[in-house]
Design a protein around this ligand. Sequence first.
Ligand SMILES: Cc1ncc(COP(=O)(O)O)c(C=O)c1O
Length: 420
Amino acid sequence: MPSDGLTRGSVPYAFSSRMMGVQSSVIRDLLRLAQRPGMISLAGGLPSPLTFDVEGLQHAADDVLVNSSSRALQYGLTDGQPALKHELARLTSSRGAAVDEHSIVVTTGSQQGIDLIARLLIDPGDVIVVERPAYLAALQTFALAQASLHTIESDASGARVEDLDALLGAIGASGKRVKLVYVVANFANPSGATLSRERRLRLLRTVVERKVFVIEDDPYGELRSFGTFVPPLIALAAEVPGAAQWCGYLSTLSKILAPGLRLGWVVLPPVMLDQAVICKQGMDLHSSTFTQEIAAKYLASGRLQARLPSIRTAYRERNEALADALDRHLGDRIAYNRPEGGMFLWARLNDAVDASEVLRHAIEEGMVFVPGSAFYADCPDASTLRLSFATALPAELDVAVQRLARALDRSVVPPRTTPG
Ligand SMILES: Cc1ncc(COP(=O)(O)O)c(C=O)c1O
């Protein structure tokens, strides 16, 4: 067998160079463990099944099958079913960004939207700037695109965009092309942080000046528990001359309706739309017409807007329950910022404890979380961890944190006594 560095063990194929260095998602691996009886998972960002409007979706599905089956079961338009695009434009506009349905491409989850943007803009070696830490599956997608990743630190107010200009300048001076900045501005995955309005405006000014496209990924914006709404970048672009053509917006029905529908959407400047549609044709022809028609009917029924307040309440209660349990059971052994919404709390174990080591014991104690190292494009911080409060009930979150505390007890190496 030829040994060209691309063959793996006994596999007789040469995998593409794109596969080099792309790690399996530790979260997908942990999901298997989370299925074990009695295990409480704070690992995945799985929406609470209690938020699924089964009855509403059933009505919508029945209606679609009875009244528009020939459209819903047929091949469809690559940019999306018109009825759904209309509803998604309304939904996006309700978030402060008055968009036209013609600027929307429906995607197979927002994950495909991330891939689409990468395929549109990135040649191997091009630079993408991401937050530190960043969403793991975006890092995987960017690795598949063979991008070179650079990072800006994130703090309680989101990415430190004041560092971006100098970073872009330095990368430019080194001869590399910076093509994309990727940010999750609301209740980020994994950091839980929300980018302040000032930073959003500054980010827009920087990308206009440096001529770099920025994509905001916003799966969680509707799930605000505390604090005040901050408009998306595409809305704030109206305040920054030239910004409208340098930013796009991605969102999804996964976290507010159901991830099983696999429906997301991307809002792009007019000059990118034709290319985006050509690209998507080559990826999957179009997203499921069936789920698009169901989602369109569902959104038109007004049930989502009616249910959002109770969905927000459910996540706020869990958000509070997790933070309270951490204070109660771990106290000053852990540091974290309370997220203003979303599904994730990002924490750091004090005393340089390694979160992967804690995870080994946590699994035995009956809980799982994701060690933070998975979310770093560079120089992982081994003491960080991501705790999701989305899936478990408040009482279960408390039990999970008690188990985490026991796992931490077992992980901490007692100080060595020096002989003599
Ligand atoms: C930041 C972020 N972007 C994108 C996604 C992908 O969502 P989906 O493909 O289900 O729309 C997720 C899912 O957890 C996410 O956290």
